[in-house]
Design a binder for this molecule. Structure first.
Ligand code: NAD
Ligand code: SER
Length: 319
């Protein structure tokens, strides 16, 4: 049987777009999407309901489709995990062990597992944060990602597991909704700008964070998985950078297209999370090792988001 790819957590913000792109590259039937909930948009290809914490169910699906490559996207993100620390830890760690162990046992060959800028903490240098630096995360999510990175490197060193990882910044796209992160405001703001002409932001106006347009994130994911094994020199996780902005800067950019757009601020517990993270990222290791570079800046991102969301919101209203 042909070797196939499994995407776990495929109904989420990243999975929705990653599955679409992988299917373009490898064919619909060769990319199996899976999640505990239905896809956000209609998909053309096999979908399996899978709880990643159920090892037997995972093994069944892996054997049924002859899966050799896994993209593990199921996780609880920063804001939600702060509200459910034990569940967040259980999901984020045991999902990773379940997949790493399949590779250790030589059942699958290759794994993509995303880390995050949340691995950094308040003692990390915030500007141009280096690949190797102080890492003292203060959120459950950040601790789980940092621990996950250590386990990925360990499985690579001890058992030869081919696991590849990226520390995604906050991701912004128009095709799917985000799932409980601190950076979600940067997606919600576009929806509200079009629908309400106003947005109440839960982060303060000058809170700068590293962000990235979704198609850059998908490009990075596919590039690192395609890279030669010998080019992947870091087996914990690579820094990658797109752009950095604050709520007031994105609001100004939106105002260029929607002049009567207004932003207001009502800060909540997510402010403290955001303040513990870097403001900008140094990604030269990824550029040197597997030729990473981003294509999108804030003004390009804003144009694409507004144009596409306007279209989809108008067509929903007309139906
Ligand atoms: P998301 O919350 O949008 O999607 C996660 C998906 O996992 C959801 O569809 C959810 O139903 C599914 N899921 C939850 N529990 C599951 C289980 N037990 N079994 C199977 N599926 C389950 O998250 P996302 O934004 O798509 O993030 C994907 C990965 O990328 C995560 O590891 C996240 O930490 C990482 N990441 C995301 C961002 C971002 O800005 N979106 C930034 C950094 C890192
Ligand atoms: N966007 C993610 C979050 O806010 C960062 O990993 O949780």
């Amino acid at each position: 049987m042909e070797e196939r790819i499994l995407v776990i957590g495929s109904s989420g913000q990243i999975g929705t777009e990653l599955v679409e792109e992988l299917r373009k590259l490898y064919g619909n039937k060769n990319v199996i999407s899976s999640d505990i909930r239905d896809p956000q948009i209609a998909q053309d290809g096999p979908f399996e309901r899978l709880d990643i914490l159920n090892k037997l169910q995972l093994l069944d699906i892996v054997e049924k489709y002859n899966i050799k490559e896994v993209y593990l996207l199921a996780a609880m993100l920063s804001a939600t995990a702060e509200k459910n620390p034990a569940l967040g830890w259980d999901l984020n760690m045991n999902s990773l062990f379940n997949v790493l162990n399949l590779a250790k046992d030589k059942i699958i060959n290759k794994i993509f597992w995303p880390s995050s800028i949340a691995v950094f903490g308040p003692t990390t240098p915030q500007q141009n944060t280096p690949q190797y630096t102080i890492m003292e995360p203060t959120t459950v999510y950040g601790i789980s990602k940092q621990t996950g990175e250590r386990w990925c490197e360990y499985y690579h060193k001890q058992f030869g597991v081919d696991v590849r990882s990226i520390r995604y910044p906050g991701l912004i796209g128009y095709k799917s909704k985000p799932g409980g992160g601190t950076t979600d405001y940067a997606v919600d703001i576009f929806h509200q700008a079009i629908e309400q002409r106003s947005y109440e932001c839960f982060l303060s106006e000058n809170t700068t964070l590293p962000m990235m347009y979704m198609s850059d994130a998908i490009k990075a994911t596919i590039s690192i998985m395609d890279a030669k094994d010998s080019d992947i020199k870091i087996r914990s996780s690579y820094n990658i950078a797109g752009m950095s902005f604050s709520p007031s800067e994105i609001a100004s950019e939106i105002k260029k297209s929607i002049p009567n757009f207004e932003i207001s601020y009502k800060i909540d517990y997510r402010q403290e999370i955001a303040e513990s993270w870097p403001q900008s990222i140094d990604d030269k290791n990824a550029s040197n090792d597997w030729k990473w570079s981003a294509d999108f800046n804030l003004s390009k991102l804003t144009d694409i988001m507004l144009e596409n969301l306007k279209e989809s919101i108008t067509s929903k209203k007309n139906h």
